[in-house]
Design a protein around this ligand. Structure first.
Ligand SMILES: [Fe+2]
Length: 211
């Protein structure tokens, strides 16, 4: 039975993403926003795992959220979604030095070439982030054959709820960037590309494709 989920350990120091994101934003985002979703989810878990319904992991809950009773389903979507989304967001990010020294597998490099060029990937990613109206997320998703695509989602939604496998994500809720960029979401997205944890994304791709 799924109980007592905890905040992830970041792979960087709180100041390690400056000047992309300052340590105050990291602190509030992780220890206030993410923590609130986590507390809500932990309080909800005993209420939704009843009458023979149990989940083995956060991913299992998201994939099988239809098993949650109707009265508690939206709360489960909101809080499990936001905990999963933020976990993946922190895994997606790393220091500039780590991002630059990452070694992508040849399989993942080839899959990324499917966008035509890295510049084209960045263009499509940025367009997805800018066109997401209000709060939401941008996703890199792989299908079972290793074909990559970019998606966006609103609020707590994510591709895993719909049977698709996310590899990385970018938070475009204002709390992710407002202290650093105010209303300039485009500038936040431009800087994001320098801090992607390509090692994590490539390793995740390899695991999902060979699983
Ligand atoms: Fe967030």
């Amino acid at each position: 039975m799924l109980t007592n989920l905890t905040l992830p350990t970041l792979n960087f120091e709180p100041a390690g993403l400056a000047p992309f994101i300052n340590s105050q934003t990291i602190d509030i985002h992780l220890n206030k926003h993410h923590q609130t979703y986590l507390t809500n989810l932990n309080n909800l878990l005993p209420l939704i795992q009843v009458d023979g319904v149990e989940f083995s992991s956060l991913e299992d809950l998201i994939i099988n959220v239809d098993r949650v009773s109707e009265g508690k389903k939206q709360a489960a979507i909101n809080n499990a979604g936001q905990v999963y989304n933020h976990n993946l967001y922190w895994d997606t990010l790393t220091t500039k030095a780590n991002s630059e020294s990452a070694k992508m597998s040849s399989a993942f490099g080839s899959a990324l070439d499917g966008f035509g060029s890295y510049e084209e990937f960045k263009k499509q990613w940025k367009e997805a982030g800018l066109s997401q109206f209000g709060s939401g997320w941008v996703w890199l998703v792989t299908d079972k054959d290793g074909k990559l695509s970019i998606e966006k989602s609103s609020n707590a939604d994510n591709p895993l709820f719909h049977g698709r496998q996310p590899l990385m994500t970018m938070d475009v809720w204002e709390h992710a960037y407002y202290l650093d960029y105010q209303n300039k979401r485009a500038d936040y997205i431009d800087q994001f590309f320098g801090y992607i944890n390509w090692q994590f994304v490539s390793d995740s791709f390899d695991k999902k494709i060979t699983a």
